[in-house]
Design a protein around this ligand. Structure first.
Ligand SMILES: Cc1ncc(COP(=O)(O)O)c(C=O)c1O
Length: 422
C-alpha cells in the first residue's frame, strides 16, 4: 500500500511529547467498522490491537450502536454520578443474570471512576481497609495502571520512574515461570510469609493478572493460579484478579480465571466491559468485603450511562447463549497454527509464541526485530503493538468478533512482515 504522508503537524507541535500510539502508527484515522479502521485518505487498516482490549466486540458494533443511538435519541441520562438510573438498573440486572448467576459468583458491584486504574485503586484501597494492612504483593512484569497506587504494583521500570516519588507498600514476587522452571512455585513467597525475620510486612492482598498483557503475554498455568488462591487462603490474604485486559472473554470464558476454577475475593474489570469502547470500570468483591462507608470512595464519572447501555447490550448479544467462548477458542487455534508456522519458517530468529483464547504474543530474541515487524505490518495495513519489558513481544489482540477470513488476512500480513524483516 502506498500511503501519502499524512498531516500530523498539530499533533507534533501542540500535543505533548507523551503521545505514543500516534508515533507508532503515523496515520490520521477517521472511521472504523468491525475489525477495520480507515484513515482520512480512505486507506484501510486491519486492527489486531482492538483498543488495547477495549474493543472486544469490534469498532462501532452495529448491535451496540443501535442501542446507543436509541438511548441518546430518547434523551436517556448521560451523566449520573451514582444516581439510580434505568440504564444502571438494566446493566446491573443483566450482569447478574447473564454473567454472575450462571457462574455462581456472589459478587457485589462497585462503580469506581471509568478507567482501569480507577478500578485497581478501588480494589487496593478496599483490601487495605478490610485487612487493616498496607502491604500488597504483585508479580514480576505486572501492569496495573498509571496512577500511583497502581504503579506501585506495576513492574516496568520506565513506567515506575515516571512517578517521581517512592512507590511504596508493594512487594514483587516471581510470576509463573519467571525462575528456572525447577524451583517449586511460591517457595520464596511462602518462606518470607512464614519467617518472622524476613522483613516482609504481612500483605493485605495479592494482585495478579492470569495472562500478563503489557508484561509480554505471560500465561499463568491454571495449577499455578490454584496454588496462589490456596496460598492466599492459608495466609489470610485477599486475592485480587485484575481482569481489565483479559476479562470480557479475551481468553475464552467471560472471566479469565474461570478455567482455573478459582473464585478471587476481588476482581477488576474495565476496557471491554462497556462494549463499545466507552469508558467504564467495575470492582467486584465478595459481599462480606463490602465495608465501604457511603461516599468513602467516589468520583464524578462513575455513572457513564451510555456505557451501561452498550455494556448491557453486549452481554445480551454475546454472552447470553454461551457461544462466544467456543468461537474464541476456535479462532485462537487459528492464530496459534499461524504463529507456529511462522516460527518454523524462521528458526534463525529464535522466535517463540504463547497465548490463550484470542491473546497471543510472539517473542523475538532481538527486541528490535519485534519493532521492525510491527512497523512493516503497519506499512502493509495491519495494526499490531509490542509488549514485554524490552518491547520484545509482538502482541496480537484482535477483536473477538474478527471473522476467520480477516484473521487469516492479518496473519498472512504478519508472516510477510516477519519474512521481510528477518
Ligand atoms: C491488567 C491491566 N490493569 C490495569 C490497566 C489500566 O487501565 P487504564 O489504562 O484504563 O487505566 C491496564 C491497561 O492496559 C491493564 O492491562
Amino acid at each position: 500500500m502506498t500511503i501519502a504522508p499524512p498531516d500530523l503537524s498539530v499533533f507534533e507541535t501542540l500535543e505533548s511529547e507523551v503521545r505514543s500510539y500516534c508515533r507508532s502508527w503515523p496515520a490520521v484515522f477517521d472511521r472504523a467498522q468491525g475489525s477495520r479502521l480507515y484513515d482520512e485518505d480512505g486507506h484501510a487498516y486491519l486492527d489486531f490491537f482492538a483498543g488495547a482490549g477495549a474493543l472486544n466486540y469490534g469498532h462501532n458494533n452495529p448491535v451496540l450502536k443501535r442501542a446507543l443511538i436509541d438511548y441518546i435519541e430518547r434523551d436517556g441520562i448521560t451523566h449520573g454520578l451514582d444516581m439510580g438510573t434505568t440504564a444502571k438498573r438494566a446493566f446491573l440486572e443483566t450482569f447478574q443474570n447473564v454473567i454472575l448467576r450462571p457462574r455462581d459468583l456472589p459478587y457485589k458491584v462497585m462503580f469506581p471512576g471509568p478507567t482501569g486504574t480507577n478500578a485497581v485503586e478501588a480494589a487496593l484501597k478496599l483490601a487495605r481497609k478490610v485487612k487493616g494492612r498496607e502491604s500488597i504483593v504483585s508479580f514480576t512484569n505486572a501492569f496495573h495502571g498509571m496512577s500511583l497506587g497502581s504503579l506501585a504494583v506495576t513492574g516496568n521500570a520506565f513506567k515506575r520512574a515516571g512517578a517521581g516519588i517512592p512507590l511504596v507498600h508493594g512487594t514483587p514476587m516471581p510470576f509463573d515461570n519467571y525462575l528456572d522452571g525447577q524451583t517449586p512455585d511460591f517457595l520464596w513467597f511462602e518462606r518470607l510469609l512464614e519467617d518472622q525475620g524476613s522483613g516482609l510486612n504481612k500483605p493485605a492482598a495479592v494482585i495478579v493478572e492470569t495472562v500478563q498483557g503489557e508484561g509480554g503475554i505471560n500465561v499463568a498455568r491454571p495449577e499455578w493460579l490454584r496454588a496462589l488462591a490456596e496460598l492466599c487462603k492459608r495466609q489470610d490474604m485477599l486475592l485480587i484478579v485484575d481482569d481489565i485486559q483479559m476479562g470480557c472473554g479475551r481468553t475464552g470464558g467471560f472471566f479469565s480465571f474461570e478455567g482455573a476454577g478459582i473464585t478471587p475475593d476481588i476482581v477488576t474489570l474495565s476496557k471491554s466491559i462497556g462494549g463499545y469502547g466507552l469508558p467504564m470500570s467495575l470492582c467486584l468483591f465478595r459481599p462480606e468485603l463490602d465495608v465501604w462507608e457511603p461516599g468513602e470512595h467516589n468520583g464524578t464519572f462513575r455513572g457513564n450511562n451510555p456505557a451501561f447501555v452498550t455494556a448491557a447490550a453486549a452481554l445480551e448479544a454475546y454472552w447470553a447463549d454461551g457461544q462466544m467462548e467456543k468461537q474464541t477458542h476456535a479462532r485462537g487455534e487459528q492464530v496459534e497454527a499461524a504463529l507456529r508456522a511462522i516460527c518454523l519458517e524462521h528458526p534463525r530468529l529464535g522466535a517463540s509464541y504463547r497465548g490463550r483464547g484470542l491473546v497471543w504474543g510472539m517473542e523475538f530474541t532481538d527486541a528490535e526485530q519485534a519493532a521492525k515487524v510491527c512497523r512493516r505490518a503497519f506499512e502493509h495495513g495491519l495494526l499490531l503493538e509490542t509488549s514485554g519489558p524490552r518491547s520484545e513481544v509482538v502482541k496480537l489482540l484482535p477483536a473477538l468478533t474478527t471473522t476467520p477470513e480477516d484473521l487469516d488476512e492479518g496473519l498472512r500480513i504478519l508472516a510477510r512482515a516477519v519474512r521481510e524483516t528477518a
